[in-house]
Design a protein around this ligand. Structure first.
Ligand code: NAP
Length: 252
């Protein structure tokens, strides 16, 4: 938990894919710093409700905001409704992401399209919808969840790595585009974090990754969440277009 208890007091944040894993930890961290948090998810309603209960149990406030970030019209409709009802939108964390692993020679067209639409299309459309409100109020923080594989690469993850590398390019372009409105846009690139996304790794692959990580362990979602919260807060007011690696030294 943060020591910056009131750093985001009265602010409104939306975290995509916050039903579990890193997104849940980000929602909890932002709420612990005083933000009202919109908890987005697509299918995991029970998990999202559990996240909301955890936010409230820690003294914070939030609400559920279910929609599929990959549906072309959903982000604009839901983000506009959320921002209008709250009267503001200070923070957007584009965290929702999927990985459909497979070697390129056997990779299905539909899997390529879906990975692109969720990871990259979702972040683009949510950013566009949020930027409208942020630019008007001349304040905003957008943080995108990239991955170490954007720069390191990983066999079996060509589609996933392509979306994350694209997300980093988009982060830098939007940072330049929105800077005049005091909207900062940054990315956090985690290494291997202990979540459901990495739980399905075969034991051998997990051991091989561990051997490559100087800090000798997988990261925790909370360790990513504090990095995201830093970029969302007043301490990062002069940081934009940056990709912050949180990977235990795996790749620099
Ligand atoms: P996770 O445990 O699989 O959780 C993914 C979240 O995204 C869930 O809340 C899921 O909600 C949501 N989601 C998926 N598709 C969605 C859609 N179309 N619309 C809305 N929400 C959707 O993943 P994680 O490990 O926490 O990863 C979070 C982010 O960090 C991802 O962008 C991932 O690429 C990135 N990352 C993770 C790691 C890692 O080691 N875990 C490393 C580097 C980067 P529902 O299932 O309820 O729909």
């Amino acid at each position: 938990m943060s020591t910056n208890a009131a750093a985001l007091k009265d602010q409104v944040a939306l975290v995509t894919g916050a039903s579990r894993g890193i997104g849940r930890a980000v929602a909890l961290e932002l709420a612990s710093r005083g933000a009202h948090v919109g908890i987005n998810y697509r299918t995991g309603e029970d998990a999202a409700r559990s996240c909301l209960r955890a936010v409230e149990a820690a003294g914070g406030t939030g609400e559920l905001c279910p929609f599929d970030v990959a549906e072309p019209d959903a982000p604009v409709t839901h983000i506009a409704a959320f921002a209008k009802e709250k009267g503001r939108l200070d923070i957007l964390v584009n965290n929702a992401g999927i990985t459909i692993d497979g070697l390129v020679l056997r990779y299905k067209e539909e899997d390529w399209q879906r990975t692109l639409e969720v990871n990259l299309g979702g972040a683009f459309r949510c950013s566009r919808a949020a930027a409208r409100f942020m630019a008007r109020r001349r304040y905003g923080r957008i943080v995108n969840l990239s991955s170490v594989v954007a720069s390191m690469g990983n066999p079996g993850q060509a589609a996933y790595a392509a979306t994350k590398a694209g997300l980093e390019g988009m982060t830098k372009a939007l940072a330049r585009e929105l800077a005049s409105r005091d909207v900062t846009v940054n990315a956090v690139a985690p290494g291997f974090i202990d979540t459901e996304m990495t739980a399905s790794l075969p034991e051998e692959a997990r051991a091989a990754y561990l051997a490559m990580i100087p800090l000798g362990r997988l990261g925790r979602s909370e360790e990513v969440a504090t990095a995201v919260a830093y970029l969302c807060g007043p301490d990062a007011s002069y940081v934009t277009g940056h990709v912050l690696a949180v990977n235990g030294g795996l790749y620099t």
